[in-house]
Design a binder for this molecule. Structure first.
Ligand SMILES: Nc1ncnc2c1ncn2[C@@H]1O[C@H](COP(=O)(O)OP(=O)(O)OP(=O)(O)O)[C@@H](O)[C@H]1O
Ligand SMILES: [Mg+2]
Length: 169
């Protein structure tokens, strides 16, 4: 069965970690946004203020949709991408409370300004709101990684996948 899973969330909530574990468990390709952006040059420029690439979301979305239409299964992790919802099986939005997110982002060497900005975005549920505006409610699930280990988060994600798409794991 073809399986397309999208994983979104504020920086540091655990998207890449979960996507790697899921991909291994379900033998799916893991598509990490920044890898694709760098490999195919899907960016419009560089934002010096944000210290980040300006992603060409149109090209990334097109790449993912074409991949899906050609029959590929994959698990995507990265910033919100708005694919045709009918091509997607499941959307996972990860969360992490500020007290833990602060530690994770600090460990990465983020500035305190950037850390607090991300915690504020997380507290407001910005990513979840944007994602739920686009994808249908029966495909969007949230997972809290705050006090979970990566293996526990994997287990919760597998339970959701089993329930929602009756995928034999
Ligand atoms: N339950 C958990 N699930 C996932 N990651 C966890 C969990 N608990 C702790 N972590 C840790 O959180 C940190 C951030 O994880 P990760 O790099 O996967 O986040 P991310 O959402 O991909 O961030 P970014 O948006 O910057 O790519 C890692 O050090 C990871 O080990
Ligand atoms: Mg990541």
């Amino acid at each position: 069965m073809k399986l397309v899973i999208l994983i979104f969330g504020t920086p540091g909530v655990g998207k890449t970690t979960l996507a790697n574990l899921l991909a291994k468990k379900l033998q799916l390709e893991h598509i990490e946004l920044l890898e694709v952006v760098e490999k195919y040059g899907y960016f419009l420029g560089y934002d010096v203020f944000r210290d980040a690439l300006i992603i060409d979301e149109y090209k990334v979305t097109n790449y993912l949709e074409e991949k899906t239409k050609s029959g590929s299964s994959f698990c995507y992790s990265g910033v919100e991408i708005f694919m045709d919802p009918s091509l997607v099986n499941l959307v996972l939005v990860l969360h992490c409370e500020g007290r833990v997110l602060r530690k994770r982002l600090k460990a990465r060497g983020y500035s305190s300004e950037k850390i607090e900005e991300n915690i504020a975005a997380e507290n407001l549920g910005i990513v979840e709101g944007i994602v739920k505006d686009h994808y249908p409610p029966d495909k969007v699930f949230t997972l809290d990684t705050t006090d979970a280990t990566p293996q526990e988060t994997l287990k919760s994600a597998l339970n959701i996948i089993n329930e929602v798409i009756s995928f034999k794991i």
